[in-house]
Design a binder for this molecule. Structure first.
Ligand code: WT7
Length: 631
C-alpha cells in the first residue's frame, strides 16, 4: 500500500512529480506489481495515429496480480461478499483462495470448450460471483471478455456478438431483480439466431426456470466445471494484449467497442482505487454498479481485487424489498467505503429519511458518486444523511474510455466541493480548450475537457475500427484526447463537469446516443423521421424526449406512441425507452437540412422563453406547432 497518498502536501508533491516526469512516476507505481518480464519503455505514444503503449514489451497476467500475489497473505480473506436479491436467501462469502479455485476451474472449462488466447467471449449475466469468475477466467486464459449488460435486448446483444465475432457466450437461465425474475437465456437464444460465430454457450443455473438447451451448443455451468481441476497456469500476456472490450454509445448510431489492454489498465485501476477510496487492509468496500458497465469492471472487480480488498457484489435493486435496502446492507456488512450513482441517491432521497432511520451507517468512512454530475442538493443529502456529515464525498469523474477515475477528491486528503469533481489524480493532465482547440490556461475558465498526456488506463482502439477511435477522440482537437464533456475550472482550480457537449445523453448514469435511439425509433414502419434529445429529469438526471413524424393513417396517436416505445425496448432495451414521445408535423431544420437540436432541447426542457433567431430555418412554422403540443 506504499503508493497511497496520505496528506494534501503529499498529493501536491505526487502530482507535480507525475507531471514533471510521468515515466519515473508510473514506473514507480508499476514496480509493485508482479511482471513476468519487466518493460523496456514506460510509455510510447502518438495521439495523432493514435498509438499508445504502456510498459512496452512487459509480460504479465492480471490474475496473477490478484491471486498468486495475495494468496499467501490473504488466502482466507473474503474477496467477494455476495448479497442476493432476496434478503432471505443465504449470502455467499468467497475467499481469495476459493475465488482462485473457481477461476481456475472455469478457465479449464472454457479451454475444454474450445476457447483460447485472443478469442472473444461475451458475458451476459446477472450480478452473481460467477460473473466475476467469468471475467477472471477469461483473463487467466487470455481470452477477451466483452460484458453486455443483462438489460440489453436480444438485438443489442446480437450486434455486439457480431461486432467482435465472439466464439462463446456465458449467461444464466434467468435473473432476479426486485420482485421480478427476468429471462436471460431466452434472450441469448433469440440473439444467436442473428449470429453465426458462437460455438458454445455456458449457462449458470440461477432462477431454475425452464430454458431450452440446444444440444451440442449449450452446456450447464455446473456440468462444465464438474471434472475440472482447480489449477490453471496463467497465460503469459503482453502488456498491450487486449484484456476486454466494452461497448458504449457515442454520437453515431452504432455502439463502439472500447478496447482496454492488460498492463496499463491493471496499474491504473489499482492505483486509483487505493487512493480515491483510501482503502485500508480489512476494510469492506461496496460499489453498487453492475458489472455490465465500466464501473463494475474497474471498481467492483479489477481495482479492488488487485488491491486485495473485500468487495461486495449486490444482485438486487435499491428499492427491494424496501427503500432501505442499501442502508441495511451497509449495516449488515459494516461497509467502510460506499460508491453509488447520483440517480440512485436522488431516487432514494425521494423516499425521505424514514427508510434510513433504522440504520446506524456508522461504519462508513468514504462515500462516492459516479456516472453523471451530482447536483448540489443530492450531494448535501448524501453527505448529511448517509455520510452523517463526517464522510468525504468523492465525486469521481471518468469514462468507459479512461478505464479508471481521472478527476476526483482523494478521500480525506484533498478538499471536496459540492458538485465538483475537484482535482486531477496524479498522472492525469486535463486541459480546458476553446472551440478552436486553444488551451485556456489559468483559473475561472470554461470549455471542452481534454487530456493532453496519456495515462495507463486509457482506451487503445475501438474494436475492429481504429479510424473510429481516431475520429471520435483524437481528431476534434489536435494532439489531445477529447472527452466529449464540457467543464469549468473555478477560481480555486477545481473542475466541475458540465455535461456532454456532443449528441450523447446520460440517462440514470448510462450513456445513450441520440442517434442510436433515433435509429431504433425509425425501425417502426409508420415512422418517417425522428429526433431525440435529452431533457432534465428529477431522478434520472436526463430523460429521453423523442419528436417523431409518423404516417398516421388509420392509427391512433396513443397506440402508435406505445408501439414506438416497444420498438425501442426491443431493439436496445428498457433503458433506452423514451420518457416522452411527441408526434410532430415536422422537425425544425436549417436550410441545409440539419435538424436544429438546440431548439428541440429548449422545448423539451420547457425553456421556450427565448428561442433565438428561428427565421433562418427552412420551416420556422413547425416550431410554433411543436411548442403548442409539447409534452
Ligand atoms: C460520462 C461517461 C465513469 C463510469 C460511469 C459512466 C459522465 C461520469 C461523472 C461525474 C459528471 C460524469 C460524463 C462522462 N460522468 N462521471 N462524476 N460528474 N459527469 O461511464 O458511460 O462511459 O459515461 O459520464 O459525461 O463523459 P460512461
Amino acid at each position: 500500500m506504499s503508493d497511497r497518498i496520505h496528506t494534501l502536501s503529499g498529493y501536491i508533491h505526487e502530482y507535480q512529480r507525475s507531471v514533471n516526469d510521468p515515466e519515473e512516476f508510473w514506473a514507480r507505481i508499476a514496480d509493485s506489481f508482479h511482471w513476468q518480464k519487466r518493460w523496456d519503455k514506460v510509455v510510447e505514444w502518438d495521439f495523432d495515429k493514435p498509438d499508445v503503449k504502456w510498459f512496452t514489451n512487459a509480460k504479465l497476467n492480471i490474475t496473477e496480480n490478484i491471486f498468486e500475489r495475495h494468496l499467501y497473505t490473504l488466502g482466507d480473506k473474503p474477496a467477494i461478499i455476495w448479497e442476493p436479491n432476496d434478503p432471505n436467501e443465504e449470502n455467499r462469502i468467497i475467499t481469495y483462495k476459493e475465488l482462485y479455485q473457481m477461476t481456475n476451474q472455469f478457465a479449464n472449462a472454457m479451454k475444454s470448450n474450445g476457447v483460447g488466447k485472443g478469442d472473444r467471449v461475451i458475458i451476459y449475466m446477472p450480478m452473481i460471483p460467477e460473473a466475476a469468475v467469468a471475467m477472471l477466467a477469461c483473463a487467466r486464459i487470455g481470452a477477451v471478455h466483452s460484458i453486455v449488460f443483462a438489460g440489453f435486448s436480444s438485438t443489442a446483444l446480437a450486434d455486439r456478438i457480431n461486432d467482435c465475432t465472439a466464439k462463446m457466450v456465458l449467461t444464466s437461465d434467468g435473473n432476479f431483480r426486485g420482485a421480478k425474475s427476468i429471462p436471460v437465456k431466452a434472450v441469448v437464444d433469440e440473439a444467436l439466431e442473428k449470429t453465426t460465430t458462437v460455438e458454445k454457450v455456458i449457462v449458470y443455473q440461477r432462477t431454475k426456470e425452464e430454458v431450452t438447451m440446444k444440444s451440442g451448443r449449450d452446456i450447464w455451468w455446473h456440468d462444465a466445471i464438474s471434472d475440472q481441476p482447480e489449477e490453471y497456469k496463467a497465460e503469459v500476456m503482453d502488456t498491450e494484449d487486449m484484456l476486454f472490450v466494452l461497448y458504449t454509445s457515442g454520437s453515431t448510431g452504432k455502439p463502439k467497442g472500447v478496447v482496454h489492454t492488460c498492463g496499463g489498465y491493471m496499474v491504473f485501476t489499482k492505483y486509483t482505487f487505493e487512493n480515491v477510496f483510501q482503502y485500508s487492509p480489512g476494510d469492506i468496500y461496496w460499489c453498487t454498479a453492475d458489472v455490465g458497465w465500466i464501473t463494475g469492471h474497474s471498481y467492483i472487480v479489477y481495482g479492488p481485487l488487485l488491491a486485495g480488498a473485500t468487495t461486495i457484489m449486490f444482485e438486487g435493486v435499491p428499492t427491494f424489498p424496501d427503500a432501505g435496502r442499501f442502508w441495511a446492507i451497509i449495516d449488515k456488512y459494516k461497509v467502510n467505503q460506499f460508491y453509488t450513482a447520483p440517480t440512485a441517491i436522488r431516487a432514494l432521497q425521494a423516499y425521505g429519511t424514514e427508510p434510513i432511520a433504522p440504520y446506524k451507517l456508522d461504519s462508513l468512512k468514504v462515500i462516492g458518486s459516479v456516472g453523471e454530475p451530482i447536483n448540489e442538493e443530492a450531494w448535501h443529502w448524501y453527505h448529511s444523511h448517509i455520510g452523517k456529515g463526517k464522510c468525504p464525498v468523492v465525486d469521481t469523474w471518468w469514462q468507459t474510455e479512461t478505464g479508471g477515475i481521472m478527476i476526483s477528491p482523494i478521500a480525506g486528503v484533498t478538499p471536496t466541493k459540492p458538485s465538483y469533481a475537484t482535482l486531477p489524480l496524479p498522472g492525469v493532465q486535463p486541459v480546458i480548450v476553446d472551440a478552436e482547440g486553444k488551451e485556456l490556461k489559468g483559473n475561472s475558465v470554461e470549455g471542452n475537457l481534454c487530456i493532453k498526456y496519456p495515462w495507463p488506463g486509457m482506451i487503445r482502439t475501438t474494436y475492429g475500427d481504429h479510424d473510429r477511435c481516431k475520429q471520435t477522440y483524437f481528431s476534434t482537437f489536435k494532439g489531445m484526447y477529447f472527452t466529449g464533456d464540457g467543464a469549468k475550472r473555478d477560481e480555486d482550480g477545481y473542475y466541475r463537469i458540465l455535461g456532454r457537449v456532443d449528441d450523447v445523453m446520460n440517462i440514470s448514469g448510462h450513456r445513450m446516443g441520440t442517434a442510436e435511439v433515433e435509429n431504433a425509433i425509425n425501425e417502426h414502419p409508420k415512422v418517417i423521421e425522428s429526433a431525440v434529445v435529452g431533457f432534465p429529469h428529477d431522478i434520472k438526471g436526463q430523460g429521453i424526449y423523442a419528436y417523431v413524424i409518423c404516417d398516421m393513417e388509420g392509427r391512433s396517436e396513443d397506440n402508435l406512441i406505445g408501439e414506438i416505445r416497444e420498438t425501442v425496448n426491443k431493439i436496445i432495451g428498457p433503458i433506452a425507452k423514451p420518457d416522452k414521445i411527441q408526434i410532430v408535423p415536422g422537425l425544425p431544420k436549417t436550410r441545409s437540412g440539419k435538424i436544429m437540436r438546440r431548439i428541440l432541447r429548449k422545448i423539451a426542457s420547457k425553456d421556450t422563453g427565448n428561442m433565438g433567431d428561428i427565421s433562418t430555418l427552412l420551416n420556422p412554422e413547425v416550431v410554433e406547432a411543436i411548442i403548442k403540443n409539447a409534452k
